[in-house]
Design a protein around this ligand. Structure first.
Ligand code: T46
Length: 135
Protein backbone atom coordinates (compact mmCIF):
# COMPACT_ATOMS: atom_id res chain seq x y z
CA UNK A 1 0.00 0.00 0.00
CA UNK A 2 1.30 3.43 -0.95
CA UNK A 3 1.77 5.16 2.40
CA UNK A 4 4.70 6.12 4.56
CA UNK A 5 4.83 6.96 8.26
CA UNK A 6 7.36 9.65 9.07
CA UNK A 7 8.72 11.31 12.18
CA UNK A 8 8.33 15.02 11.55
CA UNK A 9 11.60 16.78 12.40
CA UNK A 10 11.29 18.41 15.79
CA UNK A 11 13.66 20.88 17.41
CA UNK A 12 14.26 19.38 20.83
CA UNK A 13 11.70 20.01 23.49
CA UNK A 14 12.69 22.34 26.30
CA UNK A 15 10.89 24.52 28.81
CA UNK A 16 9.88 26.78 25.88
CA UNK A 17 8.19 23.94 23.98
CA UNK A 18 9.03 22.33 20.63
CA UNK A 19 9.08 23.32 16.96
CA UNK A 20 8.27 20.76 14.26
CA UNK A 21 8.64 21.24 10.53
CA UNK A 22 8.87 19.53 7.16
CA UNK A 23 9.76 20.80 3.72
CA UNK A 24 8.25 19.90 0.34
CA UNK A 25 10.33 17.80 -2.04
CA UNK A 26 12.81 16.98 0.69
CA UNK A 27 11.14 15.68 3.88
CA UNK A 28 8.06 14.75 1.84
CA UNK A 29 8.16 13.56 -1.78
CA UNK A 30 6.08 16.33 -3.39
CA UNK A 31 5.78 20.08 -3.72
CA UNK A 32 3.11 21.50 -1.41
CA UNK A 33 0.35 23.37 -3.26
CA UNK A 34 -2.32 23.44 -0.57
CA UNK A 35 -2.67 23.32 3.20
CA UNK A 36 -5.96 22.63 4.96
CA UNK A 37 -6.95 21.66 8.46
CA UNK A 38 -10.04 20.16 10.03
CA UNK A 39 -11.04 21.38 13.47
CA UNK A 40 -14.01 21.69 15.84
CA UNK A 41 -14.87 18.02 15.33
CA UNK A 42 -16.78 16.16 18.09
CA UNK A 43 -15.44 12.86 19.49
CA UNK A 44 -16.65 9.81 17.55
CA UNK A 45 -17.05 11.66 14.26
CA UNK A 46 -16.02 9.78 11.14
CA UNK A 47 -14.98 11.75 8.06
CA UNK A 48 -13.43 10.84 4.73
CA UNK A 49 -14.82 7.92 2.80
CA UNK A 50 -13.05 8.60 -0.49
CA UNK A 51 -9.88 8.06 -2.48
CA UNK A 52 -7.93 10.31 -4.81
CA UNK A 53 -6.92 9.67 -8.40
CA UNK A 54 -3.73 11.77 -8.31
CA UNK A 55 -3.45 13.62 -5.00
CA UNK A 56 -0.69 12.90 -2.52
CA UNK A 57 -0.91 14.25 1.00
CA UNK A 58 0.73 14.25 4.38
CA UNK A 59 -1.61 14.10 7.36
CA UNK A 60 -0.59 15.10 10.86
CA UNK A 61 -2.35 15.86 14.09
CA UNK A 62 -0.67 18.58 16.18
CA UNK A 63 -3.33 18.25 18.89
CA UNK A 64 -5.46 15.27 19.87
CA UNK A 65 -5.98 11.73 18.63
CA UNK A 66 -7.32 10.71 15.22
CA UNK A 67 -7.43 7.23 13.72
CA UNK A 68 -6.73 6.94 10.00
CA UNK A 69 -8.08 3.88 8.18
CA UNK A 70 -6.48 3.11 4.83
CA UNK A 71 -7.72 0.66 2.21
CA UNK A 72 -6.16 -0.03 -1.19
CA UNK A 73 -9.00 -2.33 -2.24
CA UNK A 74 -7.03 -5.42 -1.24
CA UNK A 75 -5.79 -4.68 2.24
CA UNK A 76 -6.85 -2.42 5.12
CA UNK A 77 -4.60 -0.81 7.73
CA UNK A 78 -5.18 1.62 10.55
CA UNK A 79 -2.96 4.19 12.26
CA UNK A 80 -3.25 6.61 15.12
CA UNK A 81 -2.08 10.18 14.76
CA UNK A 82 -1.69 11.12 18.40
CA UNK A 83 1.65 12.95 18.63
CA UNK A 84 2.52 16.27 16.97
CA UNK A 85 5.61 14.75 15.33
CA UNK A 86 3.84 11.82 13.63
CA UNK A 87 3.11 12.20 9.93
CA UNK A 88 1.36 9.89 7.48
CA UNK A 89 2.09 10.36 3.77
CA UNK A 90 -0.68 8.87 1.63
CA UNK A 91 -0.27 8.27 -2.09
CA UNK A 92 -3.04 8.25 -4.66
CA UNK A 93 -5.50 5.38 -5.05
CA UNK A 94 -6.09 4.77 -1.34
CA UNK A 95 -9.50 4.91 0.30
CA UNK A 96 -9.33 6.73 3.66
CA UNK A 97 -11.53 7.30 6.66
CA UNK A 98 -10.69 9.38 9.71
CA UNK A 99 -12.18 8.85 13.17
CA UNK A 100 -11.93 11.46 15.91
CA UNK A 101 -11.04 9.74 19.19
CA UNK A 102 -10.78 13.04 21.11
CA UNK A 103 -13.00 16.07 20.63
CA UNK A 104 -11.33 19.04 19.02
CA UNK A 105 -8.40 17.05 17.67
CA UNK A 106 -6.97 18.95 14.72
CA UNK A 107 -6.18 17.19 11.45
CA UNK A 108 -3.69 19.12 9.30
CA UNK A 109 -2.96 18.22 5.71
CA UNK A 110 -0.38 19.39 3.19
CA UNK A 111 -1.39 18.39 -0.33
CA UNK A 112 0.39 18.02 -3.67
CA UNK A 113 -2.43 19.64 -5.71
CA UNK A 114 -4.98 22.42 -5.56
CA UNK A 115 -8.50 21.41 -4.57
CA UNK A 116 -10.21 19.56 -7.42
CA UNK A 117 -13.46 17.70 -6.78
CA UNK A 118 -12.95 15.67 -9.98
CA UNK A 119 -9.90 14.03 -8.37
CA UNK A 120 -12.14 12.40 -5.71
CA UNK A 121 -13.58 8.89 -5.89
CA UNK A 122 -16.43 9.11 -3.38
CA UNK A 123 -18.23 5.84 -4.12
CA UNK A 124 -16.65 2.68 -2.68
CA UNK A 125 -17.95 0.38 -5.46
CA UNK A 126 -16.50 2.74 -8.07
CA UNK A 127 -13.24 2.70 -6.12
CA UNK A 128 -13.08 -1.11 -6.19
CA UNK A 129 -13.83 -1.13 -9.93
CA UNK A 130 -11.06 1.42 -10.55
CA UNK A 131 -8.58 -0.59 -8.44
CA UNK A 132 -9.18 -3.56 -10.74
CA UNK A 133 -8.31 -1.61 -13.88
CA UNK A 134 -5.67 0.57 -12.22
CA UNK A 135 -6.27 4.06 -10.80
C1 T46 B 1 -8.81 13.97 2.51
C2 T46 B 1 -9.12 14.01 3.95
C3 T46 B 1 -7.96 13.64 4.82
C4 T46 B 1 -12.73 22.52 -0.32
O1 T46 B 1 -13.51 23.36 -0.80
N1 T46 B 1 -11.38 22.71 -0.40
C5 T46 B 1 -10.48 21.81 0.10
O2 T46 B 1 -9.26 22.03 0.01
C6 T46 B 1 -10.99 20.63 0.76
C7 T46 B 1 -10.01 19.62 1.34
C8 T46 B 1 -12.35 20.47 0.84
N2 T46 B 1 -13.18 21.40 0.32
C9 T46 B 1 -14.65 21.20 0.47
C10 T46 B 1 -15.23 19.97 -0.20
C11 T46 B 1 -16.43 19.67 0.66
O3 T46 B 1 -17.53 20.46 0.25
O4 T46 B 1 -14.91 21.03 1.87
C12 T46 B 1 -16.00 20.15 2.06
C13 T46 B 1 -15.61 19.02 3.00
O5 T46 B 1 -14.68 18.17 2.31
P1 T46 B 1 -14.68 16.59 2.54
O6 T46 B 1 -16.03 16.11 2.85
O7 T46 B 1 -13.95 15.97 1.38
O8 T46 B 1 -13.78 16.48 3.86
P2 T46 B 1 -13.18 15.16 4.51
O9 T46 B 1 -12.79 15.53 5.89
O10 T46 B 1 -14.05 13.99 4.33
O11 T46 B 1 -11.83 14.87 3.62
C14 T46 B 1 -10.75 15.77 3.63
C15 T46 B 1 -10.25 16.00 2.20
O12 T46 B 1 -11.33 16.45 1.38
C16 T46 B 1 -9.66 14.76 1.59
O13 T46 B 1 -8.95 15.10 0.43
O14 T46 B 1 -7.99 13.18 2.07
O15 T46 B 1 -9.68 15.25 4.40
Amino acid sequence: MDYNKIDIKTIPTNEMGSLSFFEGESDIPFQIKRIYFIHGVPKGTQRGGHAHKQLQQILFCPFGKIEILLDNGKKKESFFLDEPNKGLIIGNGIWREMIWHNSNSVLCVAASEYYDESDYIRNYDDFLKMVKVGI
